[in-house]
Design a protein around this ligand. Structure first.
Ligand SMILES: [Zn+2]
Length: 147
């Protein structure tokens, strides 16, 4: 995603749209793009620097750490912010900034039931017999000690 500096008016620019997923190369890490990047940003030039503020969202397919199933997770960057000095070139590529913020907002331990829309297989309720026998064994042993 490249910004042409000459197209930014003095009062700044608002951009709202979609781009190709910028993290296509992370499939080896189990992160697959599940849609396009959505951005809603304001940008402008001040004091020889480019500033950007806004929000990003990127749906990706992750693997649940608990049940290992694939699920779609929407990476949200609610406070995307960039401030970068301008050194001559007429275009600035925002992709490295966007990538960095998306990766920072990836869950370290993704779980398919995090948003509450599905039940993780490993968390389905199971009937567990109450373990009272072991407890009574120990209390019997305690009684013996005090005799
Ligand atoms: Zn799961």
């Amino acid at each position: 995603m490249k910004i042409h500096l000459k197209q930014i008016p003095a009062q700044g620019l608002h951009l709202d749209g979609d781009e190709d997923c910028p993290i296509h190369d992370l499939q080896a890490e189990g992160i697959r793009c599940a849609g396009r990047l959505h951005y809603n940003i304001d940008l402008g030039i001040a004091g020889g620097a480019l500033w950007i503020r806004g929000s990003l969202s990127q749906p990706v397919e992750l693997h649940c750490v608990s049940c290992l199933e694939k699920f779609v997770y929407e990476i949200q960057v609610p406070a995307f912010a960039v401030h970068t000095e301008l050194h001559g070139p007429e275009t600035v590529d925002l992709t490295p900034f966007i990538r960095e913020d998306l990766l920072l907002n990836l869950p370290a331990h993704p779980r398919c039931d995090k948003d509450g829309h599905r039940v993780c297989e490993t968390k389905r309720p199971e009937t567990v017999a109450p373990d009272t026998e072991g407890k009574s064994d120990w209390s019997a042993l305690d009684k013996l000690k005090f005799k």
